[in-house]
Design a protein. Structure first.
Lengths: 251, 195
């Protein structure tokens, strides 16, 4: 049986791991490679690196970091943040990334998804969606959650998969940072509407939340940052708990 | 030990190179006949689409070269599929080293399969020290049916070949270079034991 995946997320700024809440009070949290090795040892199934600098002059720092990560860890990892062209993706994949994630740039130019899928294969194209529930529906937000797009999340997910997205990383802005649990309803809706894996993100606060998003949200993977960073939950502890709750998990 | 990785248009090989480095092997990425045919071991990786990959291999005469290699060859992911007879992906006639046909996953499952799944009924030295039902990392939409060449099986909607072997040709559908310690073990086994 294929397992559910546990994915720690590392925020990267200028080649260093940073911790902060909602991008504020950002503190240096060490070398991403060391943290990545630690997570891989603990049993993480994949890793996501989100570059929150993502300006052009930082690109080189990022690709060098990606190479260092690839040298040291033997599990798959995704790199995201400010990726907007085939060239960006080509550099990151050649540096050793397994997948890349696109967000704002794909909404502005949906053809990008198709071009990336044709050039590199759907398996390495992760569509990240930041979503917020308002006016009785879930909408897509851009630019790190600052700008609302005139687009319903369910419609965008379907369109992106038709264009060639191989996975969806769905972050609920309503839940992110709350530690009250994942957004079960939209995760389930998307997971049932598309035939590619859905990674749930935003809101993880306890082990029960992961159980809930796998069982009731039909997520294929769950991503979290702070609960792992601050060692509130260890990956081993979480995976043991999920296995006891009859969820297929790699231990 | 001279290890070569076949250079062609399907996917990046950086992870395979790094994985080999971790077991002390410095491999060469090449499409030169002279280098490939004189290597002790050849790795044929691949991520991408079957028909364009086959087209490229033919244009470089790499198709005949690979089929005629006498040293141990390890196909990974698309590399394994290309070593089979035929793929439904783009209606492609492949290298025909294994008789298997490559088919698209169908039914109530998500396609591609992305993630960790178990391998079982493990055969040959390629799996020495790797336990039954070990987890490996898979990313694929097409699969090889079970056949006489099967040396590992996996279940995703149905039972299929996650690994094949015939004479000096070995193949894995999963990515050993991304499959943590067990995957590393497989690569080491290939380097040490494959004949």
């Amino acid at each position: 049986m294929i397992t559910k995946r546990i994915i720690p997320c590392l925020d990267i700024k200028d080649g260093r791991t940073v911790k902060g809440i909602n991008f504020e009070n950002i503190k240096d949290a060490g070398d991403p490679v060391e943290l990545a090795i630690e997570y891989a040892k603990q049993g993480a199934d994949e890793l996501v690196f989100l570059d929150i600098t993502a300006t052009n002059e930082k690109r080189k720092t990022l690709s060098e970091l990606v190479t260092r990560i690839a040298k040291h860890i033997n599990i798959p990892f995704t790199v995201g943040g400010g990726i907007s062209s085939i060239e960006d993706v080509s550099i990151l994949l050649n540096s050793g990334a397994d997948k890349i994630s696109v967000n704002t740039s794909a909404v502005k130019n949906p053809q990008l998804i198709k071009d990336l899928a044709n050039q590199f294969g759907s398996q390495c194209v992760v569509l990240a969606i930041d979503t917020k529930f308002e006016d009785n529906d879930w909408y897509v937000y851009l630019n790190g959650g600052r700008v609302k797009a005139d687009l319903k999340t369910i419609d965008w997910a379907k369109e992106a998969v038709a264009l060639g997205a191989g996975e969806i990383l769905l972050t609920s802005m309503n839940n992110d940072g709350t530690k009250d649990g994942f957004a079960i309803d939209i995760t389930k809706q998307i997971s049932e509407a598309v035939n590619v894996p859905v990674i749930a993100s935003g809101g993880a606060g306890s082990m029960e939340h992961f159980n809930d998003v796998f069982k009731n949200g039909k997520a294929d993977a769950a991503l979290a940052a702070s609960v792992f960073h601050y060692k509130e939950i260890t990956i081993l502890q979480l995976k043991t708990y999920l296995k006891e709750n009859s969820i297929e998990i790699r231990l | 030990m001279k290890v070569s990785i076949v250079k062609y248009n399907a996917g990046n090989v950086q992870s395979v190179l790094f994985s080999l480095e971790r077991i002390g092997i410095s491999a060469t990425v090449t499409d030169e006949k002279e280098v490939l045919t004189t290597s002790d071991k050849v790795i044929f990786p691949g991520v991408g689409e079957a028909s364009s990959a086959m087209q490229y291999l033919k244009s470089k005469n790499l198709d005949e070269l690979i089929v005629n290699l006498k040293q141990p060859v390890l196909g990974i992911c698309l590399g394994m599929q290309l070593m089979c007879k035929y793929s439904e992906e783009g209606n492609t006639n492949c290298l025909g080293i294994f008789d298997n046909h490559i088919k698209l996953f169908k039914g109530e499952i998500k396609v591609p399969q992305i993630g960790w799944n178990t391998i079982y009924d493990l055969k040959t030295n390629l799996y020495k020290g790797i336990k039954e039902n070990e987890y490996m990392y898979f990313v694929h939409s097409y699969y090889a049916e079970v056949s006489e060449h099967t040396i590992a099986k996996t279940n995703y909607g149905l039972e299929y070949s996650s690994s094949l072997q015939k004479n000096n040709f070995y193949a894995a559908q999963f990515h050993p270079e991304k499959s943590s310690d067990a995957g590393q073990q497989l690569l080491e086994n290939f380097i040490r034991f494959a004949k």
